[in-house]
Write a new protein. Structure first.
Lengths: 115, 113
């Protein structure tokens, strides 16, 4: 399997612009997660989906952030309008829930810089 | 809410020694605890999972212990190598039985040749 695939890997954008991050989870996984990682706050869960349905978006910082999962093989995280404080690494991850726990498989991340 | 504490200072050790990293947590006792490795510029990679009813789990040179009384997990790498240099994160499932992990901020390990 190719693993979790994210695009773009790097993005530099100007403040006020719309940013769309994309993710293809591992085939067969039923959970999809969006995390944000910064030096200050570590790895934060923004939102997660189960079977394409958003379950918990309490980690989404504000209304400028939105996420969708139109089908089992694709998800987007959108920031509109972007601000410099949104600069971070955004990770998409997926998992297959079992009674033994929930091992998360991460993508390589999308490095976002807002100037 | 769950608070996860990992040493923010880097751990520097000599090659061949055993590295021991600590993960402490407060409040809720998790059903399981996981350890991940993260290399610079990469996403975290799963290493080991230990359940609340397990005291110890091993995988090759890795050993994890889970003390629910102390609310602590220890992560050991024996016969450490420079290639083990990375940041190691612990993760605990959130309360409510959802099995959704919350991550600590990680500890950086540097193994010197």
């Amino acid at each position: 399997d190719a693993g979790v695939i994210q695009s773009p890997r790097h993005e530099v954008t100007e403040m006020g612009q719309e940013v769309t991050l994309r993710c293809k989870p591992i085939s067969g996984h039923d959970y999809l997660f969006w995390y944000r990682q910064t030096m200050m706050r570590g790895l934060e869960l923004l939102i997660y989906f189960n079977n394409n349905v958003p379950i918990d978006d309490s980690g989404m910082p504000e209304d400028r952030f939105s996420a969708k999962m139109p089908n089992a093989s694709f998800s987007t995280l959108k920031i509109q309008p972007s601000e410099p404080r949104d600069s971070a690494v955004y990770f998409c991850a997926s998992s297959l829930m079992s009674g033994s726990g929930n091992t998360i498989y991460f993508g390589e991340g999308s490095w976002l810089t807002v100037v | 809410s769950q608070k996860i504490e990992q040493n923010s200072e880097a751990l520097n050790i000599q090659e061949g020694k055993t590295a021991t990293l600590t993960c402490n947590y407060t409040n809720y006792s998790p059903a399981y605890l996981q350890w991940y490795r993260q290399d610079p510029g990469r996403g975290p990679v799963f290493l080991l999972l230990i359940r609340e009813n397990e005291k110890e789990k091993r995988k090759e040179r890795l050993k994890v212990t889970f003390d629910t009384t102390l609310k602590q997990s220890l992560f050991h790498i024996t016969a450490s190598q420079p290639a083990d240099s990375a940041t190691y994160l612990c993760a605990l499932d959130r309360p409510g039985g959802s099995y959704i992990p919350t991550f600590g901020r990680g500890t950086s390990l540097i193994v010197h040749p």
